[in-house]
Ligand binder design. Structure first.
Ligand SMILES: C[S@@+](CC[C@H](N)C(=O)[O-])C[C@H]1O[C@@H](n2cnc3c(N)ncnc32)[C@H](O)[C@@H]1O
Length: 236
């Protein structure tokens, strides 16, 4: 069994490992949490070990958070570290993931360092599917590497070392080898995401933050302005 303390320590190691690939990770996570701002229903897409969900709940304990990912090992870490979060194991590589969600609509869909896993046509379709599960006025935000020109990251074994480390834990050992998804390593620039989000039917698409080839893009599900999550809506 994985204790909460162990899961939190593994999560922390995950964050340090991910910083090798996304140096502004903590800043970016803060930008995503700020997007939500008030308690609401939030989906963390390809949320991995749940580190973004954890930051969100630290700030907004009343938020209703779902973490979706394909990796059973990462979800097991999320489960042990974040009691009360709804966890969904589903494959974003095909449209069926929408049916696996516990709710039909979300006020916010956030995703961090994950959309590069999908090839161009799949990501365009995924953006349409995300729009389909957002409540009117709902917000989607994607943080990832979005370089204007092809960028090289220094090779690092941080990823492989982290996975080898968790495989040593008896509760995770059997899960590590199971389906973990593959990455298309598709890193288009901010302008590509803007165009794809508009083509998917989003409105008010913009860049919230940008630094050294990393960015956070935000889009509204429909005109009408942000800040109309269901939790703050007046009673009918
Ligand atoms: C670099 S990790 C980022 C995880 C998390 N968002 C974070 O920032 O800590 C990429 C995530 O995408 C998930 N992923 C990759 N392909 C997937 C797929 N087809 N369906 C669902 N999740 C997938 C991986 O399991 C992993 O958790």
């Amino acid at each position: 069994m994985l204790t909460r303390e162990e899961a939190l320590a593994i999560q922390s190691d995950w964050d340090r490992q991910q910083e090798v690939y996304l140096p502004y990770r903590e800043e970016v996570a803060g930008v995503l949490v700020d997007v939500v701002g008030a308690p609401a229903r939030v989906l963390d897409l390809a949320g991995g070990t749940g580190t973004l969900a954890g930051r969100l709940l630290d700030r907004l304990p009343e938020a209703e958070v779902t973490v979706l990912d394909l990796s059973p090992a990462l979800l097991a870490i999320a489960e042990a570290s974040l009691p009360g979060v709804e966890l969904v194991r589903a494959d974003l590589g095909a449209p069926g993931w929408v049916e696996a969600l516990p709710h039909k609509e979300y006020d916010f869909v956030l995703t961090m360092t994950a959309m590069h896993c999908f090839a161009e046509e799949r990501l365009r379709q995924l953006y349409r599917e995300v729009r389909g599960i957002l409540a009117p006025g709902g917000v989607f935000a994607n943080a990832d590497r979005m370089p204007d020109a092809p960028a090289r990251t220094e090779p690092s074994d941080a990823w492989a070392r982290w996975w080898a480390g968790i495989a040593a834990h008896p509760a995770l050992e059997a899960l590590v080898g199971q389906q973990n998804g593959t990455s298309a390593d598709f890193y288009p620039p901010v302008a590509w995401h803007g165009e794809a989000l508009r083509a998917a039917g989003f409105a008010e698409v913009g860049t919230l933050w940008q630094q050294q080839g990393q960015a956070v893009v935000r889009a509204l599900s429909a005109p009408g302005g942000p800040g109309t999550p269901r939790s703050s809506a007046p009673p009918a």
